[in-house]
Design a protein around this ligand. Structure first.
Ligand SMILES: *[C@@H]1O[C@H](CO)[C@@H](O)[C@H](O)[C@H]1NC(C)=O
Ligand SMILES: *[C@@H]1O[C@H](CO)[C@@H](O)[C@H](O)[C@H]1NC(C)=O
Ligand SMILES: *[C@@H]1O[C@H](CO)[C@@H](O)[C@H](O)[C@H]1NC(C)=O
Length: 421
């Protein structure tokens, strides 16, 4: 089967793109959910911080909000624990267990609660002697830990890479993949491995990653700042030829969590991160406090037009085609001949910038004409030939996002067409 497919792709001269994705049936679209780390870190002092410490209360609160506030209905599914959930030692059978004071129901109890809300539970471990926060690591315990997670009803594993070296990681990440498979429970497998190796070939083998992991962190941790977002986007753009071919259904590049709703971003910057993560076919894990979220930021994160771009079944990651004077233009191919377009501004000169582009420039030319729909304004802006000059205005540190849908056009004026005027 594999050989036959390889032969077919040889015939079609598509061999360079041929990858057998991890065959565990999950994360066919970029997974969506909530992850504790960026916002809640490793706060374990529940006496001083009863609402914000890493405890079962925090994850139950988030599950309640996910179910009650419409998150689950628009596609957010996973509630994910990060580091610092464990007791400091394994039990006498060598098994991991949660800190009993902070997780009195244990992870299994928490999983039952989360499943009862129609959601899924993710957990965190590390391939090394210790986790980054100094809790017991999985090295030498891969099969036991995979089995423990499966028995608890865990649906996703983020596998970090502190306290291990390059050669042991090259053994450990495939070993855990096989151990998860052996449990028989489909568990989304998120690998931090490439982020520890600089994220690029030849050190990182994206073919292998696609065969053993569902998603992987390529680059450093996101922080609560616009600079961090722009740094990540720039790295994705500069390395897009490597990254775009690595991604596809069941195997995703992960630029890290959404910080929309946290301390640092303006509304425009929130739109920009959310829109760009959809263009990048990125997993959408919010790390914010769903109990205290402004209505406008909630509306951004629940924008169904943007979510449809993220979850498009073609599963092709977008690319940057233009970067000039603090303006960048990206497009992402979608199913049925549609495209998503992002015009991103990192300019700071006060007033909206006039931007002129053609669909041709963004590699959108399969059809001769397209209808453009503004995904944040939620309105149709017009029909355009792929060679038409399109003019739009982008706010400083902001974004414009469009869906371009192929249309037949009887009569079209040959002059420039102005958007949003
Ligand atoms: C385990 O791997 C096999 C072979 O790739 C696959 O068919 C099966 O669905 C996998 N099972 C799980 C639970 O991941
Ligand atoms: C890497 O770690 C493994 C396991 O701890 C150890 O056996 C090995 O010697 C280490 N290799 C290097 C190059 O440090
Ligand atoms: C990368 O991994 C694939 C699949 O495991 C393997 O066939 C290939 O030889 C590896 N490439 C390199 C350069 O090691």
């Amino acid at each position: 089967m594999k050989l036959a497919a390889k032969f077919v792709c040889l015939v079609l001269a598509l061999c360079l793109k041929y990858v057998t994705p991890l065959d565990n049936g999950v994360a066919r679209m970029p997974p969506m959910g909530w992850l504790a780390w960026e916002r809640f870190r490793c706060v374990t002092d529940c006496k001083t911080f009863p609402d914000d410490c890493i405890s079962e209360k925090l994850f139950k609160d988030m599950a309640d909000r996910m179910a009650a506030d419409g998150w689950r209905d628009v596609g957010y599914q996973y509630i994910n624990i990060d580091d610092c959930w464990m007791a400091r030692e394994r039990d006498d059978q060598g098994r991991l267990y949660a800190d009993p004071e902070r997780f009195p129901s244990g992870i299994q109890g928490l999983a039952n609660y989360i499943h009862s809300k129609g959601l899924k539970l993710g957990i965190y471990e590390d391939y090394g002697s210790l986790t980054c926060g100094g809790y017991p690591g999985s090295q030498g315990h891969e099969a036991t830990d995979a089995q423990t997670f499966a028995e608890w009803g865990v649906d996703m594993l983020k596998f970090d890479g502190c306290y291990s070296n390059d050669s042991s990681k090259a053994i450990g990440y495939p070993l855990m993949s096989a151990a998860l498979n052996k449990t028989g429970r489909p568990i989304v497998y998120s690998c931090s491995w490439p982020a520890y190796e600089g994220g690029l070939p030849p050190k990182v083998n994206y073919t292998e990653l696609g065969e053993i992991c569902n998603l992987w962190r390529n680059y450093g941790d996101i922080q609560d700042s616009w600079d961090s977002i722009i740094d990540i986007i720039e790295w994705w753009a500069v390395n897009q030829d490597v990254l775009v071919s690595a991604a596809g259904p069941g195997r995703w590049n992960d630029p890290d969590m959404l910080i929309v709703g946290d301390y640092s971003l303006s509304i425009g910057q929130c739109q920009a991160q959310f829109g760009m993560w959809a263009i990048l076919a990125a997993p959408l894990f919010m790390s914010n406090d769903l109990r205290h979220l402004e209505k406008e930021k909630m509306a951004i994160l629940q924008n169904q037009g943007i979510i449809a771009v993220s979850q498009d079944k073609l599963g092709v990651q977008g690319k940057r085609y233009v970067k000039k004077n603090g303006i960048q233009a990206w497009s992402r191919p979608l199913s049925e001949g549609h495209f998503a377009v992002a015009i991103l501004s990192t300019r700071t000169d006060g007033t909206p910038t006039e931007v002129t582009f053609t669909l041709n420039e963004l590699n959108i030319k399969q059809a001769t004409s397209y209808a453009l729909y503004d995904l944040f304004e939620m309105k149709t802006v017009g029909k355009f030939l792929n060679k038409d000059l399109i003019v739009t205005y982008v706010n400083p540190n902001g974004i414009k996002m469009f869906r371009a849908s192929p249309v037949s056009m009887e009569i079209i004026e040959e002059f420039d067409v102005w958007l949003n005027l």
